[in-house]
Design a protein around this ligand. Structure first.
Ligand code: ADP
Ligand code: 3PG
Ligand code: MG
Length: 395
């Protein structure tokens, strides 16, 4: 990576403002998948070894600029305490007098975690005053939040105007690996896309039709494509604003001729919500009125497997269904196994929830690169710059 890293600066007695991506799901006070925490440990341990005090900053979820009790960072700090074996203190907010006093009182090796930075609308607006307030908490800024590197926010880009800013070890490792894969992917190049950030991903697909040979679409995003094809998806999550985009993508693929788009042919549908629901597997043409699609079916998994078999590079982002709830995890588990069995292809799986699904399927060790970034790795695939990386000091 052509950027300075924590290896290039003197950290002794320095207060480090460390941006990480701990955007993880918490259920009943417990972290569903702690990959993003574990992956940040080499950087934290190295900072501690070098004699720095550490102020950790992260977002969680999309609280839209206000306090959301379910998105506090406290459970994450508790789990990090277990992983590090040293207490991780917490601040009431990510800026202001309490955070500043606690940051100032840290001794070398000590760790403080700030409250969810997205509780302030100024974070996503990349507000300058807010960035300055964050910068008051450190002498240097270290960015290890690869998963958030595609966002130009106050805590990823804004702070770099006020502090010398370098990369952490995870950010470096991710950018180095993904640059190799995405600059000139070995073909045929397959993409599996799912998940729920529909509008984000439709824009991404438009660009990916330029470089991919096979695109398999599952998850909530597939509903929008099915609807664009005139299929009645009943109560399924659909982004109506995305229908025109989905039509355009399918037309583009048809025009190109040599790109294969695989949509679900069968789906798992539920009535009455995910809890205690009635569940059936049906053809996409037969989604019953008032039911909703919550996973892809076994026929679809088979079609994805067939299409991906010939690929030399496969990238997967976004779960195939509501994998947090059984039995809607089966499609994601099966796709994870399909990727694990592609022995002659380079496989990359990225995204907070996608990696959680991958780990649950116990195939992570058979994947070439497991990335902490979903949107960030897709941005690299499209050849887009990562603003949070660009903002760091050049090597
Ligand atoms: P990642 O974190 O891997 O980048 P996303 O954040 O885009 O992936 O999406 C993950 C979420 O998508 C999961 O919480 C999952 O439950 C949800 N999801 C996937 N398919 C569906 C569906 N058909 N209906 C509702 N939610 C879905
Ligand atoms: C992610 O989980 O993809 C990152 O943390 C970014 O989250 P965002 O899409 O809400 O910015
Ligand atoms: Mg996610």
């Amino acid at each position: 990576m052509k950027k300075k890293t924590i290896r290039d600066i003197d950290l002794k007695n320095q207060r480090v403002l460390l941006r990480v991506d701990y955007n993880v799901q918490v259920e009943n006070g417990r972290i569903v998948d702690d990959t993003r925490l574990r992956e940040s440990l080499p950087t934290i341990n190295e900072l501690r070894r070098a004699g720095a005090c550490i102020v950790i900053c992260s977002h969680r979820g999309r609280p839209r600029g206000g306090v959301d009790e379910s998105l506090r960072n406290a459970p994450v700090a508790l789990h990090l305490t277990e992983l590090l074996g040293v207490p991780v203190r917490t601040a009431q907010d990510c800026i202001g007098p309490d955070a500043e006093a606690q940051a100032a009182s840290l001794r070398p090796g000590e760790v403080l975690m700030l409250e969810n930075v997205r509780f302030h609308p100024e974070e996503e607006a990349n507000n300058d005053e807010f960035a300055r307030a964050l910068a008051r908490l450190g002498d240097v800024f270290v960015n290890d939040a690869f998963g958030t590197a595609h966002r130009a926010h106050a805590s990823t880009v804004g702070v770099t105007r006020y502090l010398p800013s370098v990369a952490g070890l995870l950010l470096e490792r991710e950018v180095d690996y993904l640059t190799k894969v995405t600059d000139s992917p070995e073909r045929p190049f397959g993409i599996v896309l799912g998940g729920s950030k529909v509008s984000d991903k439709i824009a991404i697909l438009e660009n990916l039709t330029k470089c991919a040979d096979v695109i398999c679409i599952g998850g909530a995003i597939a509903n929008t494509f099915l609807k664009a094809r005139g299929i009645d998806v009943a109560d399924s999550l659909v982004e109506n604003d995305g229908i025109a985009g989905a039509r355009y993508i399918m037309a583009l693929a048809e025009h190109r001729g040599d790109i294969e788009i695989v949509l679900p042919s069968d789906v798992v549908v539920a009535f009455g919500g995910a809890e205690g629901a009635l569940v059936r597997t049906v053809s996409v043409a037969q989604v019953p009125v008032n039911w909703r699609i919550l996973d892809i079916g076994p026929g679809t998994v088979q079609n994805f497997a067939t299409a991906l078999q010939r690929c030399k590079t496969v990238v997967w982002n976004g779960p195939m269904g509501l994998f947090e709830r059984e039995p809607f995890d089966r499609g994601s588990m099966a796709v994870a196994r399909v990727l694990g069995e592609l022995r002659s292809a380079t496989t990359v799986v990225g995204g907070g929830e996608t990696v959680a699904a991958l780990r649950r399927a116990h195939v992570a060790e058979r994947i070439s690169h497991v990335s902490t970034g979903g949107g960030a790795s897709l941005a690299m695939l499209q050849g887009k710059p990562l603003p949070a990386v660009d903002a760091l000091l050049d090597a």
